[in-house]
Design a protein around this ligand. Structure first.
Ligand SMILES: NC(=O)c1ccc[n+]([C@@H]2O[C@H](COP(=O)([O-])OP(=O)(O)OC[C@H]3O[C@@H](n4cnc5c(N)ncnc54)[C@H](OP(=O)(O)O)[C@@H]3O)[C@@H](O)[C@H]2O)c1
Length: 330
């Protein structure tokens, strides 16, 4: 089968590799579409824990089950599915257990014509989604669902600031915030992306790459009950200023690295909660899928590439030129 392969750090190739066979408890899916996440870039550039090469990357996929291994209900065959990439979460809702791992390293992922996954990771493809939209949903949708509902516990009418709205995860946060009746605000590096977010329902936006943006934005629209951030870095200080007293800051990424310092006094004086989150449990995934189906939410697909141009897909993500998910058609 044809697959994208990370041969080593910064070495992406398109190869012919053996088609996987299902082990006991697994199925093989003939993939129709896959999607990229920032995680794939971290792995390719060598900035990820437990690197393993060669590996087929890709945590997101949608397709048709074509083979089942021993112990798997054969009625899965021919069903249209998506895959929960948060594997071996464990037994508790509070957090994942140490054996937790993510599809697309160490296990081979979805940027291939076929993928083998545990049957327990399968979920029916929401019927209102195209293959491209379905592939865009799992990792970012799951992460956003847990950030918005399980960690932030965002309520109707609360003001929520979502940073870096071009990100696949951030756009799901926006869609979920709107679904619950919250009042969303966004930031971006791009005026065009702010315009697009506004059309989707964001109340106002700010360009985070303009110095002093936070002061002006805070004066006009703050303070914010909830802030959802995956950039981190020096900008975290601005977010502490923008948070309301008693506010909740949910973080699930560090695209800009670690903050140089954290103003401890602001954290305790404003009674802030800083809440880390990572992907989600199987019940979070089921609830996310139900919400997307019940509200007929369509993931925002930025661009679709053929597998032959998977390098082009990675290039868009590396430049941050996307608005939503980058999808690869298989
Ligand atoms: N812990 C988890 O479970 C988990 C799950 C998913 C993602 N993540 C992490 O979350 C981050 C986003 O992932 P993704 O796949 O959604 O990323 P993505 O689609 O590649 O988007 C990255 C976005 O980061 C935004 N950004 C860059 N610098 C920023 C800054 N200084 N302030 C605010 N935003 C900034 C940009 O937004 P604009 O284009 O609008 O400027 C860019 O589009 C990554 O670091 C990823 O590793 C973690």
């Amino acid at each position: 089968m044809k697959a994208a392969v990370f041969q080593a750090q910064n070495a992406l190739t398109l190869d012919d590799v053996p088609k996987p066979s299902p082990r006991p408890g697994e199925v093989v899916i003939r993939l129709q579409a896959a999607a990229l996440n920032h995680r794939d870039l971290w792995i390719l550039s060598g900035h990820y824990a437990g690197l393993k090469f060669p590996v087929i990357p890709g945590s997101d996929g949608a397709g048709i089950v074509c083979e089942v291994g021993a112990g798997v209900d054969p009625s899965w065959i021919d069903r249209e599915v998506i895959v929960n990439p948060a594997l071996d979460w464990g037994h508790h809702e509070r957090a994942q257990e140490p054996r937790f791992n993510i599809l697309g390293m160490p296990r081979d992922g979805t940027l291939a014509e076929y993928v083998a996954v545990p049957a327990s990771a399968l979920a029916p493809k929401p019927a209102h989604l195209t293959w491209e939209e379905a592939a865009a949903l799992p990792l970012a949708g799951l992460t956003a669902y847990r950030a918005v509902f399980v960690r932030a516990r965002l309520q109707a009418h609360e003001k929520v600031l979502i940073t870096g709205i071009g990100a696949g995860t951030a756009l799901f946060c926006l869609q979920f915030a709107l679904a619950v009746g919250a009042v969303p605000f966004v930031t971006s590096s791009s005026p065009q992306k702010l315009d697009k977010a506004h059309l989707l329902g964001a109340r106002h936006g700010a360009l985070y790459n303009v110095s002093s943006w936070a002061k002006e934005f805070g004066e006009h629209y703050g303070p914010f009950d909830v802030i959802i951030d995956s950039a981190g870095g020096p900008g975290l200080g601005d977010l502490l200023d923008l948070a309301a007293n008693g506010g909740r800051l949910v973080v699930f990424g560090a695209t800009r690295g670690n903050p140089h310092e954290v103003a401890m006094r602001k954290v305790f004086w404003k009674q802030l909660s800083i809440l880390g989150t990572t992907m989600g449990s199987p019940s979070d995934f089921a609830a996310m899928s139900e919400l997307v189906t019940a509200r007929a939410i369509h993931p925002i697909v930025s661009q679709v590439f053929p597998l032959d141009d998977v390098a082009g897909a990675f290039d868009v993500l590396a430049r941050g030129a996307q608005f939503g998910k980058i999808v690869v058609r298989l």
